[in-house]
Design a protein around this ligand. Structure first.
Ligand code: CA
Length: 232
């Protein structure tokens, strides 16, 4: 039995059934809620490990549900939304959601998102004991010393590139929006900051992918933001 308990918040019965059938087949435990009010009640009484949240709920805006949950809980939230709700998706990530799935999605996609979240969760727990050194594939960061290495060779990063790398690594597996990143780096999120971000991210990626293995560490989510991938 998978120890993870998933709360499925979805008012659309066919979609809800697709999700719960998938979870059941893959030995996840699950709970369901059809509206925001019931969802919040379920979170407080059952403390799930992962929350799958449809943004279009009948009684409450999904972003409001995230804000309410985030006021007391860090439980990973994966947002499920229709493609037409792209700005809502960004608001949801900024409100504290961890990841998103766009409708219509495949069962494989859903399972992959759940695995990313579970890994992220396990890594976060691990890092509580050892949070000064970060390791992912060939990448190593010493936060205290302010240095980063790739396959043993020191990476020569500009201060902004280094800040970006730290921000992404501390949120590994999580999609960070342009707004969130520019706020963290520059304290603002003007259009110019987003344009600068694209440039710094391109140079950072180039340096990270220059290693002997040429692995991809940063994934671009067009129109949304960036995520650091777990590299084996
Ligand atoms: Ca809905």
């Amino acid at each position: 039995m998978n120890k993870f308990l998933v709360l499925v918040i979805e008012d659309d019965a066919p979609v809800r059934n697709l999700i719960t059938t998938t979870l059941k087949t893959h030995d996840y435990r699950y709970l369901t809620a059809e509206n925001g009010e019931n969802a919040i009640l379920q979170v407080t009484s059952h403390n799930p490990d992962v929350i799958l949240l449809d943004l279009g709920l009948p009684d409450m805006d999904g972003v409001e549900v995230i804000k309410k949950i985030r006021s007391w809980s860090n439980t990973p939230i994966i947002v499920i939304s229709a493609r037409s709700e792209d700005t809502d998706k960004i608001d949801a990530l900024d409100a504290g959601a961890d990841d998103y799935l766009t409708k219509p999605f495949s069962v494989e996609e859903l399972l992959a998102r759940l695995r990313v979240t579970q890994r992220h969760f396990a890594i976060m727990k691990q890092e509580k004991d050892n949070d000064a050194i970060f390791e992912n594939g060939d990448l190593k960061i010493d936060y205290a010393a302010g240095c980063a290495w790739l396959a043993g060779a020191e990476l020569h990063l500009t201060p902004i590139e280094y800040k970006l790398l730290c921000l992404l690594s501390k949120n590994m597996g999580k999609v960070l929006t342009h707004t969130y990143i520019t706020q963290q780096i520059w304290g603002s999120s003007w259009e110019n900051d987003v344009a600068s971000l694209r440039v710094f991210m391109a140079t950072l990626r180039k340096k990270l992918e220059s290693g002997p293995a040429g692995k991809q560490y940063i994934q671009t989510h067009i129109g949304i933001g960036y995520r650091m991938l777990r590299v084996e």
